[in-house]
Ligand binder design. Structure first.
Ligand code: DGL
Length: 268
């Protein structure tokens, strides 16, 4: 059978995309993965479309220099603002996380209201609202920006009083809305999923794009005959700043031993 050893490139502004990497690795354990966390520029969520597009194109170029066979934009903000630009400027196929997340929410939600939690930029782009409308016009969707979640997670504050305070602040309007499903519209948010669920009362369906994105990656590679069929996949991680810090915090998401993280300041 045909064998393609080239890696899948995955990127995010920081740690959040590791929630996608974890799922891709679980579903496609033979695949080599190259991850880039843009820690020099995190957070993306409060930046303009122009800036996020420039960062994303630079990272895509770096990943292409590594000869990747697929690029996954494991960041909702970059998917919302820069997916079409990255697709236009790269040879490798490109997947974003918004459409898989919306699909998952529409499939799992039985016609109830949907709340989207995301960064300021993702909310402003209305990317989820548009994507859900394409799949199901009747679903009522409300969006809520949660700008403090990313810095809190990047600081490694993953439980305790301060985290609860921040979650309570952002979820207060949801208590009135009573959504049937809540989309974690930022790849960082699954890291604090259990606390979001607890504060919502445990019954609300929480949806994130990780599983669906991994499935779409598998489908695309299968259709194009690009799967790696043998051996164990290697994971290579880069950060644009503070690789030791990134490695320490990455363990909270991918588990196991502290991964080796290489610094790559190629475009700062
Ligand atoms: N993980 C990114 C996302 O999914 C975080 C954005 C940020 O850096 O603000 O939107």
């Amino acid at each position: 059978m045909k064998q393609d050893d080239r890696a899948i490139g995955i990127f995010d502004s920081g740690l959040g995309g590791l929630t996608i990497l974890k799922e891709v690795h679980a579903l496609l354990p033979r695949e080599n993965l190259i991850y880039f966390g843009d820690t020099a520029h995190v957070p993306y969520g409060s930046k303009s479309k122009e800036t996020v597009t420039e960062y994303s194109l630079n990272i895509a170029r770096f990943l292409e220099s590594k000869k990747v066979k697929l690029i996954i934009i494991a960041c909702n903000t970059a998917s919302a603002l820069a997916l079409s630009a990255v697709k236009k400027h790269t040879k490798a196929p490109v997947l974003g996380v918004i459409s898989p997340g919306a699909k998952c929410a529409v499939n799992k939600n039985k016609g109830g209201k949907v709340a989207v939690l995301g960064t300021e930029a993702t909310v402003k782009s209305k990317a989820y609202v548009k994507e859900i409308a394409k799949l199901d016009k009747k679903t009522e969707v409300k969006q809520y920006a949660c700008p403090l979640f990313v810095p809190v997670i990047e600081e490694g504050i993953l439980n305790g009083e301060l985290l609860d305070l921040v979650i309570n602040k952002y979820l207060a309007p949801l208590k009135k809305m009573k959504p049937a499903a809540v989309i974690l519209g930022c790849t960082h948010y699954p890291v604090i999923k259990k606390h979001i669920s607890r504060i919502l009362g445990g019954k609300t369906l929480l949806v994130d794009s990780a599983e669906e994105t991994a499935k779409e990656a598998k489908k695309l590679l299968t259709e194009k005959g690009l799967l790696k069929q043998n051996g164990k996949g290697k994971i290579e991680i880069y950060a644009s700043d503070s690789p030791a810090r990134f490695s320490k915090l990455a363990v909270n998401i991918i588990g196991g031993k502290k991964p080796k993280v290489k610094e790559n300041r190629f475009y700062i």
